[in-house]
Design a protein around this ligand. Structure first.
Ligand code: ZN
Length: 98
């Protein structure tokens, strides 16, 4: 059986001092998060680094509030999947906002 391991979830720096976010680390943005950021920017048109910077600046509550609106299907109101181009529930094309 193949086990997939997330290198960020297993990051020893993130586990230190009960940190919740990568921006709390002196190494932010480290090579791990930069690689993930490049992959997500390329494939899904979103930046995990920009998201972390926004959370640091505005707080997690405001970020979640904005993301709740951003990732809502304009046609049926369902939550959109970041990994898919279309709404999984009604098939409407996802409008990419960066
Ligand atoms: Zn929909």
């Amino acid at each position: 059986m193949t086990r997939l391991m997330c290198s960020i979830k297993l990051c020893e720096n993130l586990r230190k001092d009960s940190r919740r976010f990568c921006f709390e680390c002196d190494a932010f943005p480290c090579a791990r998060i930069r690689h993930m950021d490049l992959r997500y920017r390329t494939k899904y048109h979103l930046s995990v680094i920009d998201n972390l910077v926004a959370i640091k600046r505005d707080g997690i509550r405001k970020f979640v509030q904005q993301e709740t609106t951003r990732w809502r299907c304009p046609q049926c109101g369902s939550v959109l999947c970041v990994h898919k181009d279309r709404c999984l529930f009604c098939g409407a094309a996802k409008i990419t906002k960066e």
